[in-house]
Design a protein around this ligand. Structure first.
Ligand SMILES: *Cc1c(COP(=O)(O)O)cnc(C)c1O
Length: 387
């Protein structure tokens, strides 16, 4: 028997709330629109193309219009200045850990001398970044919060920056440890000419970015922008054109920029999906409106944790992440019961990262306030009844 096709309204039914750290929940309206357009994508005037987006040439006028709109919407949403390029790449955050030093570390070919990069290590992701960069340049850890188990953030004034570093790498939201920089450092004011590179994978589009302080920002899409497989890079133009000879052409930012992200076939469906997310973000009121909602959600959840005698979050309050909220049960023997009850209550993927344990609630843009309210009610009920 043939299965009946799923009609979009089904996707708009109440679904469980999904707290996955990534790939993560996507607004149901976005998924429904993608479903409706799966077999036959219509243009802005409603003219049918007769093709699904996955089946289109990336050089055809249909996909070009999808691409141009997505780029323009992201530029508008994040207020990206004209002297920055927006690149749509592949390889995720981990590939960028290599691609950034390959492009920015300034290897000196005449003398065969490595370039230099400084890293602020504040959790699992920035630690991975500095380890990978060691393959391509001289790495110096300028500051770390290792001593307190990644629950604080070192003040920029305490960073040991080197004058010769061509860039300083910072993970502005540590997805696993739940620490977030709420202000970007001003490297100039710290006496450094280095470019600031930020890994903003897990809080991109959740808050505004002060581009005057940034040289390059990268983000895997699967937390806050859409499906896995797309990586967004925002890079200041003067940083292009300094790649090492060994840099793969498809990962040379200048080559990618000169070809409007189409040096090779870009992740077309990921770009389309991110474009739908950008349109959805604009309908929500843009980044300022999202930030206000994100603050409200995070405040509600942290207050519930802090006011309970069962749950605990150990991150210092000034650097708690608005996106990823790790918490522990003081009685760890109740972890499994907590997760099973949550699942039954329609609260999915709350298990903490294996390196940290406990629980983690990721409350990205697409998590509605109602999802956090439902989680908080469940947590109170579980604490009260013990089941
Ligand atoms: C998820 C994540 C990554 C990993 O990206 P991949 O797409 O898995 O390579 C990198 N950095 C941060 C901060 C992340 O949250």
């Amino acid at each position: 028997m043939r299965k009946a096709p799923i009609s979009p309204p089904i996707l708009l039914m109440q679904r469980p709330f999904n707290f996955s750290a990534g790939p993560a929940t996507i607004a149901p309206e976005v998924l429904a629109q993608a479903a409706a357009e799966m077999l036959d994508w219509p243009d802005a005037n409603g003219r049918h193309s007769g093709m699904g987006v996955m089946e289109m040439s990336h050089r055809g006028k249909e996909f070009q219009s999808i691409y141009t709109q997505a780029e323009a919407d992201l530029r508008e949403l994040l207020a990206v200045p004209a002297h920055f390029k927006i690149l749509f790449m592949q390889g995720g955050g981990l590939a960028e850990n290599a691609i950034v030093p390959l492009n920015l570390s300034r290897y000196r070919a005449q003398t065969g001398t490595n370039g230099d990069a400084d890293f602020v290590v504040t959790g699992s992701w920035s630690d991975k970044s500095q380890k990978e960069a060691r393959k391509y340049c001289d790495v110096h850890v300028a500051a770390t919060n290792q001593a307190d188990g990644h629950t604080s953030l070192p003040e920029p004034s305490s960073w040991q920056l080197r004058p010769q570093a061509s860039y300083v790498h910072l993970c502005t939201n540590e997805t696993i440890n739940g620490v977030e920089y709420h202000t970007l450092p001003d490297l100039k004011a710290l006496g450094s000419d280095a470019a600031l590179v930020i890994d903003f994978s897990s809080h991109v589009a959740s808050r505004p970015v002060d581009w005057s302080r940034v040289g390059l920002a990268f983000a895997g899409a699967q937390k806050n922008l859409g499906p896995a497989g797309l990586t967004v890079v925002v890079v200041r133009e003067d940083l292009l054109g300094h790649a090492m000879d060994i840099c793969p052409s498809a990962f040379n930012y200048k080559t990618v920029a000169d070809n409007q992200s189409m040096y090779n076939t870009p992740p077309t469906y990921g770009i389309y999906m991110a474009g739908l997310v950008f349109q959805w973000l604009k309908r929500q009121g843009g980044i300022a409106a999202m930030e206000a909602r994100n603050i409200a959600k995070a405040t509600l959840l942290y207050e519930a944790i802090d006011s309970s005698s069962l749950y605990v979050n150990t991150v210092q309050s000034h650097c708690r992440s608005r996106m990823n909220v790790p918490f522990f049960l003081r009685d760890a023997s109740r972890n499994d019961a907590f997760l099973a009850g949550a699942q039954a209550a329609g609260l999915l993927q709350l298990k903490g990262h294996k390196s940290v344990g406990g629980m983690r609630a990721s409350i990205y843009n697409a998590m509605p306030l109602e999802g956090v309210q439902t989680l908080v009610s469940y947590m109170r009920e579980f604490e009260r009844t013990g089941a």
